[in-house]
Design a protein around this ligand. Sequence first.
Ligand code: PEP
Ligand code: MN
Length: 262
Amino acid sequence: MARAWKPEGTRVRVGQVEVGGPGFVVMAGPCAVEGMEQTEQTAAAVAAAGAHILRGGVFKPRTSPYSFQGMGEPGLRVLAEAARKVGLPIVSEVMESTQLPLMEDYVDVLQVGARNMQNFPLLRALGKVRKPVLLKRGLAATIQEWLLAAEYVLDGGNDQVILCERGIRTFETATRNTLDLAAVAVAKQRTHLPVIVDPSHATGEPELIQPMALAAAAAGADGLMIEVHPRPEQALCDGQQALTPERFQQLMRRLPGVLSAV
Ligand code: PEP
Ligand code: MN
């Protein structure tokens, strides 16, 4: 996947959107799909603010087995309906290859979460799929390990891979994870794949999401993934880091200034 092999870079097409092209692509939505009202409200808000792809998890990789695990298949139907109403494509996490046939019916981009970055059987299965893959960097993965994980998908015959830096675990505890912005520049230097940044999981705190999103744009990222919830205090997953629709709108208004300056 060396950059030299494809200097112009890979463009990943998702419906009308292209990741890795001249445009900056924003994926936004709830951490987890919780129901029709919450998902439709969020979809309408992020679409109105200018997001390009709707995110929402239905299979949630939770630290505790007693936490909300996601709605599963009914959640996919909710997500698809909400996305259809606002005309946005969908990105959602696949946790195991047995979920692929179902996910492929509803989802435009298949997300591999940080905890599954080195699930090699899953990566191999995604190499055989004809849909784009969003590969998040593992919680404690080096850049090299992340890029080699992407290579598993490419090697299987699927070159539609988007890399996502979402923060790594370090000695620092002031933020949920440590956003490694240099990884964006390194990945862009070493590979031909598009790279996006998820400042929501990287920082874990609404106040820090906007500055880190703007910094990611300045660092050369091809896009962002942001968690948004209409009522963060009631969210079933990651409410502490969710942006309200108003805050998301504010971030979207500030992005063009940074993008036009770099
Ligand atoms: C998510 O995007 O909801 C998620 C679980 O992210 P990560 O895999 O980066 O922790
Ligand atoms: Mn989340």
